[in-house]
Design a protein around this ligand. Structure first.
Ligand code: CP
Length: 340
């Protein structure tokens, strides 16, 4: 495997390899000197055509912890504003000896185009493209869930997969590359996923995804759940009104203080609350939920560095195993609950 473009085509073997390597990398973050010489002399280019805080900074930290040279490119303030194309931009950066290009782009498919066009020889890592995929976010989410799942199952070491774990992904699924990447990766790792969203914020064709769908967050919580992943309402991608008001959205699909208390009332003492960030506090998640002991928001950010170290290391060292791409066929028939 030369590139990391999505999780739909990521095999179980490669996913486990990245997660296990990230586990080893996380030990480096505990040391006083947080550095390995593994990628000394290699160059990683961070090519960001869209805003980012967590992903851009953690890729930079990951590359530096592996002793790589890092070039940060942001479309704002570059010759992109003069009309320079993706091809010319990428080739310009490769002429500066890039070994890996980490790309975030507003257009779904831009990383795949870069990887498959022959424009550049560097390994390509998708850091989020349009509404399509955000594979390293899904991997860091899975890493976070794996640590939690092993703990609540009482196993001493982190388990291989997430078989049996019940995960709700809640909110603006329509615009969310995080949701798409999580659904595919969690299916591969054996978790059971339910999407919970207003009907207007579910994409066409969701019935073919390997998950269930519900419109009722309270009912979904009552079925029992190990992790609730709240999605950001992506107002910047909305060109129409998808729900009556922010107040109505928060009441029906937000993880508010009442739902935080509901987890206790349902005796779901080990359920974690996740969010990829950035958060709209008071809309999809209340401050009490975001800051509660159940929240893994900051752990997800920390784990992002380890997962991105693992991805960079495996791709640039050539140690990523070659496995046949997984077929994008749902393992179970999807069903829609509560079609009211
Ligand atoms: N979760 C995530 O991708 O955050 P950023 O947009 O800050 O990178």
């Amino acid at each position: 495997m030369r590139h990391l473009l999505d999780t739909e085509s990521l095999s179980l073997e490669n996913a486990i390899q990245i997660l296990d390597t990230a586990q080893e990398m996380s030990a480096v973050g505990e040391r006083e000197i947080k550095k390995l010489p593994a990628l000394r002399g290699r160059t990683v280019v961070n090519l960001f055509f869209e805003d980012s805080t967590r992903t851009r900074i953690s890729f930079e930290a990951a590359a530096k912890r592996l002793s790589a040279d890092v070039i940060n490119f942001s479309a704002k303030g570059s010759s992109v504003s003069k009309g320079e194309s993706l091809k010319d931009t990428a080739q310009t950066l490769e002429a500066m000896s890039a070994d890996a290009v980490v790309i975030r782009h507003w257009a779904s498919g831009a990383p795949a185009q870069l990887a498959n066009s022959g424009w550049i020889d560097a390994a390509v890592i998708n850091a989020g493209d349009g509404t399509h995929a955000h594979p390293t976010q899904a991997l860091l989410d899975a890493f976070t869930m794996r640590a939690h799942w092993s703990k609540i199952q009482g196993t001493a070491s982190v388990g291989a997969d997430l078989a049996g774990m019940r995960v709700l992904i809640v909110g603006d699924v329509l615009h969310s590359r995080v949701a798409r990447s999580n659904v595919w990766l969690l299916r591969t790792l054996g978790a059971h996923v339910t999407l919970v969203a207003p009907p207007t914020l579910l994409p066409v064709g969701v019935e073919h995804w390997p998950c269930e769908v519900s419109y009722d967050l309270d009912a979904a919580l009552e079925t029992g759940v190990d992790a609730v992943m709240m999605l950001r309402v992506q107002a910047e991608r909305m060109n129409a009104s998808f729900f009556p008001s922010t107040r109505e959205y928060a009441r029906r699909w937000g993880f508010d203080d009442a739902r935080l208390a509901k987890l206790d009332a349902l005796n779901l003492k080990d359920t974690i609350i996740m969010h990829p960030g950035p958060m709209n506090r008071g809309l999809e998640i209340s401050s009490a939920a975001a800051d509660s002991p159940r929240s893994t928001v900051l752990a997800q950010v920390r784990n992002g560095v380890s997962v991105r170290m693992a991805a960079l290391y495996l791709l640039l060292s050539g140690e990523m195993r070659e496995t046949p791409a997984q077929l994008a066929v749902p393992s179970t028939l999807p069903s829609v609950k509560d079609p009211s």
